[in-house]
Design a protein around this ligand. Structure first.
Ligand code: HEC
Ligand code: HEC
Length: 262
């Protein structure tokens, strides 16, 4: 009950500090932690793998927002100058590594070929402790020092086990390969209440986003998939990591047909 309440409050837009507290709770209580060893808890009190990975995904999206902190106001000195972006946004993991986790080898490659936009493909399946060591080594250390150690490990677990394979959901052009009728059922049963039938309920997600799920799914499919699987920091968005790949591909296909361009 307490956890349910915390999770509900956690997703409340206004509850920044609670989000940090909730993050702490999830980590303290995850399997194998000292808290687990001391307290015999019923299974529902223990956050599952999907919840842990989704929280890692939200940290990857914007750890500043999740932790209720402010990024440095100036542009990151190593961030490629040719990419137009708000200076403070250059301090988010996703800015350099991308919504598809492939940096300049993936979708970010259309904006810059800089090696600073590094792919994270190599750390998939890697021991999370090794990932923490890699991202805490200089000069990258400046990225990770603002993040408490437990949360860094959680981010590493996400990078090891939580990256999704875009190729299983869409073709090289970004067109979803799933069955839109399957997606329609999910959309009408789950999403419509917040996003409206046309997907055009107001959105303030990322700079340049249109308030249209159809537009976002067509133009920024990897961003849409990341947020569908992990939720959005500080917003009342769901995290649907538990749905299978075919259903997710179908959902994306349906979203891409919403609000079609005229
Ligand atoms: C300004 C761009 C930038 C940002 C922001 C950034 N990184 Fe990186 N990241 C890099 C670069 C460049 C490398 C390669 C090592 C280096 O030059 O520091 C790297 C390396 C890594 C590696 C090791 C990859 C490997 O194959 O060894 C991991 C893991 C990683 N980053 C995760 C993160 C996470 C998590 C965040 C957010 C907390 C983050 N990065 C933020 C640019 C960035
Ligand atoms: C309880 C309300 C709620 C439900 C249900 C919900 N969402 Fe969301 N969703 C949100 C909110 C709030 C945001 C963040 C909006 C913002 O950033 O301004 C969001 C963000 C998103 C985004 C990211 C938009 C962007 O700008 O990057 C996508 C994609 C999305 N939702 C898809 C879905 C899908 C698909 C479903 C159904 C499976 C769904 N949502 C269900 C509330 C909801």
């Amino acid at each position: 009950m307490i956890k349910r309440l915390l999770q509900r409050t956690c997703s409340n837009l206004l509850a920044k500090t609670c989000a940090a507290a909730c993050a702490g709770l999830l980590i303290c209580a995850w399997p194998g932690s000292p808290l687990q060893a001391q307290t015999p808890t019923p299974p529902q009190a223990r956050p599952g793998e999907a919840a842990v990975l989704s929280l890692g995904g939200r940290l990857y999206d914007n750890h500043w927002a999740v932790l209720g902190r402010q990024p440095p106001p100036e542009r990151h000195p190593r961030f490629p100058t040719e990419v137009e972006i708000a200076p403070e946004a250059t301090w988010r993991c996703v800015a350099c590594h991308g919504w598809d986790y492939r940096g300049a080898e993936g979708h970010l490659g259309t904006r810059s070929a800089s090696p600073i936009l590094k792919s994270l493909a190599d750390v998939r399946g890697m021991d999370p402790q090794e990932i923490v060591a890699r991202m805490s080594a200089p000069p990258h250390r400046e990225m990770t020092t603002p993040i408490p150690g437990d949360l860094l490990l959680l981010l590493a677990r996400f990078l090891s086990a939580g990256q999704h394979d875009m190729g299983a959901l869409m073709n090289a052009e970004g067109n979803a390969t799933g069955d839109p009728m399957r997606g329609k059922d999910i959309y009408e049963g789950t999403c419509i209440r917040c996003h409206q039938a046309d997907g055009k309920a107001p959105l303030y997600g990322e700079a340049g986003d249109k308030s249209s799920l159809g537009w976002i799914a067509r133009n920024r499919p990897a961003q849409a998939v990341h947020k569908i699987r992990n939720g959005a920091p500080l917003a009342d968005m769901l995290s649907l990591r538990f749905i299978d790949t075919d259903s997710l591909a179908g959902l994306l296909a349906y979203l891409q047909r919403l609000d079609p361009p005229r």
